[in-house]
Design a protein around this ligand. Sequence first.
Ligand SMILES: Cc1cc2nc3c(=O)[nH]c(=O)nc-3n(C[C@H](O)[C@H](O)[C@H](O)COP(=O)(O)OP(=O)(O)OC[C@H]3O[C@@H](n4cnc5c(N)ncnc54)[C@H](O)[C@@H]3O)c2cc1C
Length: 403
Amino acid sequence: MSTTRSALVIGGGIAGPVVATALRKAGIDAQVYEAYSGPSEGIGSGLALAPNGVAALDLLGAGDAVRAIALPVAGSRLSVGGREHILPVLADQPPLQVVDRGELHRVLHDHAVAAGVPFTYDKRLVRVDEHTDGVTAHFTDGTTATADLLIGADGIRSTVRGLIDPAAPGPGYTGMLGFGARVEYDLDLPDDTMVFAFGAKAYYLYWKEADGHVTWGANLPSKQYLSLTEARAVPAEQWLRILRETYAPDTPGGEFARRTTAENLEVTGALHIMPPVPHWYRGRMVLVGDAVHAPSNSSGQGASLAIESAVQLARCLRDIDSPTEAFAAYERLRRSRVEGITARAAKINHSKTPGPFARKVMNALMPLMVRTVMNPEKTMGAERRYRIDWDAPVQRELVTADR
Ligand SMILES: Cc1cc2nc3c(=O)[nH]c(=O)nc-3n(C[C@H](O)[C@H](O)[C@H](O)COP(=O)(O)OP(=O)(O)OC[C@H]3O[C@@H](n4cnc5c(N)ncnc54)[C@H](O)[C@@H]3O)c2cc1C
């Protein structure tokens, strides 16, 4: 039984509300401090939760609320230069749950509040004071908060990561900028299918909503790195011109770009991938979610891994008395899994813009590739079948993990 009684959770995105809810379930008081002024500010469009992530939410009783706002997507296709290839499914696994990001934040927030977690907004962490038995967080408005532990769930540009280790690496740039939009388009596609499309000049993905609209996401190659703020400072009309020119040769990508308007264009900015973070914790501070393992959008696992890590961290703190030992156990349970998935995504990132010859080869070899190297069983079987046994003592799992 842990002697940890309280935790400050910095960040109220996805990992923050989930770790706070899981900590409450583990008997530890957690409070969330978020820099934004509300639960879903400045958030992009769609996000797919994998079965492993939804299963981790089920442990906290939040799975049904998420499924209620989601579009289940069971099938997937690859489109190479407009030619579609149906990918085999993992027959024993439930579908992906595609959710609006803002709605997901609200559901996770409401679930955490119902579990007794207080949220405080307009609280941007700037520094900490560490004591032998606790941590004091200092926010930009001059206020402070103190608890036994501090958990950095503060995303890809984590402040806590730098407080744990000033030499920690920052996020890597995938060489692509992200955009999204929901457009009116009568697309001939089953509404439980997602298509990953290798266009002539750029990669994109899309699915059909239940109301017939199509949501598409564009990964625009760009040598120039633009942060979210920098990308949003560019007039939407300018982005639309670039997107229409880039996707013009593609079917149906060209049509999606033409139907996207300045009003419904979501600009995400640089798409990131985190290199391995040497120090996941120090003293009474620890990282969770994108702050320590952002596998890039190509993995389709960022949010799901954030949720899994949040639940596993709470379990370790529940079962292991010393925070340092609990953090070490958490890292042992998580590091190889998240780094393996990040490495798979990095490979995908490098192959998103094949040239004309490579596209021809891909189309010719695709039937063989989907049975071999691209078979979902090989690429995603272990990722999606991962389940956490909440009731089992962590110590027992560590023995297996170390074998
Ligand atoms: C274009 C795109 C598409 C994606 N698609 C998918 C997908 O299909 N499936 C999937 O699983 N994942 C996807 N992801 C990844 C997913 O969005 C992230 O992995 C997930 O949001 C990580 O959650 P998090 O809570 O760790 O970080 P975030 O959601 O970024 O939350 C961090 C929070 O911390 C707050 N914060 C930051 N600094 C401070 C501070 N100093 N003080 C207080 N608060 C602070 C922020 O305001 C924010 O609310 C995608 C990402 C992108 C960019």
